[in-house]
Design a protein around this ligand. Structure first.
Ligand code: HEC
Length: 177
């Protein structure tokens, strides 16, 4: 894991240290680096995991989707997430699915997104945050939180067709495109 960059220093997870430092101390520093990485990044890691196992089959690993069949998410979710109504809509799509003709990238999609309401609040938040991150550089929007997802979930259940109706209202206002 360590890369020798000079005779005297090595990089171990970004920490430079003299090669004379004992292997044991290097190990401790490397392990704490790993610990910090897993401590700082759990939301992103969970988002990747859920996205790749529950979303990528349709929307594709990079979020490009399939034109006319599965909506592109990359570069779109961050924009929809910029308003409160858009955020509620995105959470609704994940919890309750989406069923109804929609226009994406100038083409009509007549599909059915299955509800994913069995995902926990944190998983839904992490997955939406990951979907925002599909766009590089990432759109500057407030991250979704478990509390935000819970509030939307607690506000009541919708059918996938009702979510499509909600989308049509947002599209008319230019909040989803
Ligand atoms: C079985 C395929 C499938 C899977 C799996 C799937 N989706 Fe979808 N998704 C769709 C389809 C199809 C639509 C459009 C539905 C329609 O036409 O009414 C859609 C719509 C959406 C939309 C709304 C896009 C818009 O333009 O309004 C979002 C956001 C979304 N999906 C995110 C996700 C996320 C995140 C996951 C994983 C948790 C996921 N989808 C899993 C097929 C899928």
């Amino acid at each position: 894991m360590s890369v020798q960059i000079s005779r005297d220093f090595r990089w171990v997870y970004g920490v430079s240290m003299p090669v004379t430092m004992s292997k044991r101390i290097q190990g401790v520093i490397a392990a704490s680096g790993l610990f910090c990485a897993s401590y700082v990044l759990p939301a992103y890691a969970t988002g990747v995991k859920v996205y790749s196992s529950r979303c990528a089959a349709c929307h594709k690993a990079d979020g490009a989707g399939v034109p006319g069949q599965f909506p592109r998410l990359k570069g779109r979710v961050g924009k929809i997430a910029a308003t409160k109504d858009g955020r509620t809509y995105l959470i609704h799509v994940l919890l309750f699915g989406l069923f109804g003709p929609i226009d994406v990238d100038g083409r009509q999609v007549r599909g059915m997104m299955p509800p994913m309401g069995t995902l926990g609040d944190q998983d839904v938040a992490d997955t939406l945050n990951f979907a925002v991150e599909l766009e590089k550089p990432k759109k500057a929007v407030a991250p979704f939180t478990a509390a935000e997802v819970k509030a939307v979930r607690d506000a009541g259940r919708l059918t996938a067709s009702e979510v499509a109706k909600q989308r049509a209202e947002l599209a008319a206002k230019g909040l989803v495109h």
